[in-house]
Design a protein around this ligand. Structure first.
Ligand code: AMP
Length: 211
């Protein structure tokens, strides 16, 4: 019987030599050393910059760019929102221009859902459905490509900030107009004193950081 090639012994080199069996390192040891606890939204809150009188006098703009610049904080808010919907069948994330694209796109990837942009007028190239609404600042419209959603698609509407709720409510109207079902809303920041949540109820509203 011919000898199997694999049976022939070759001298072990540095690359092929098996490492000595080691005791498994404790899981905790794999975590990076941190100078402060990061598993709370307080850390993320500390990275939100208040810009007074932008875009209009009297408005305190919640600037999320410092949070976006911090990879840990970005993970915390994305995971924090995603875990609230994990295990639920979600067909699409509808993200509202412009900052809703950042969080909505990443959330769609985490939840294995498609991403559908809702944009300001004239930005989407193909035929659109459109809706008008009032914001804290002015009268606006939003558009979504026609046939973006299948009938009874389960959708989460995502934006960076919930203020009066008009913008998210308008995006939901676009979703419902295409036969979709709004399962929930997800925001990084909720300006609770403006009562936007009440406008969106009874649909579930999730947010990470409340003011
Ligand atoms: P609203 O329709 O009143 O809920 O307003 C929400 C939309 O306006 C979101 O797309 C936000 O990006 C933006 N927005 C409203 N108020 C603020 C604020 N104080 N800081 C940052 N963005 C805001």
């Amino acid at each position: 019987m011919p000898k199997k090639a694999s049976a022939r012994k070759r001298p072990a080199t540095k690359e092929t030599k098996k490492p000595a069996r080691q005791r498994a390192a404790p899981v905790r040891a794999a975590l990076p050393a941190l100078s402060r606890p990061i598993d709370t939204f307080d850390f993320c809150r500390s990275l939100i910059r208040d810009v007074p009188n932008f875009p209009k006098p009297g408005i305190i703009f919640k600037d999320l760019t410092p949070l976006l610049a911090n990879p840990r904080a970005l993970h915390i808010v994305l995971d924090g929102l995603a875990e609230r919907f994990i295990g639920e069948p979600i067909d699409a994330i509808v993200g509202i221009e412009a900052r809703g694209f950042i969080f909505g796109g990443a959330l769609a990837a985490r939840l294995n859902a498609s991403f559908v942009p809702v944009r300001k007028p004239g930005k989407l190239p193909a035929a659109v459905d459109s809706v008008q609404f009032d914001t804290e600042y002015s009268r606006e419209s939003l558009e979504m490509h026609k046939s973006s959603l299948r009938e009874e698609a389960r959708v989460i509407v995502v934006d960076d900030v919930l203020a009066t709720g008009g913008t998210a409510d308008a995006a939901a109207a676009l979703v419902r107009g295409q036969g979709g079902y709004v399962v929930g809303y997800a925001f990084v920041i909720e300006l609770a004193f403006l009562g936007g949540r009440d406008r969106l109820l009874p649909v579930r509203v999730e947010s990470c950081i409340r003011y």
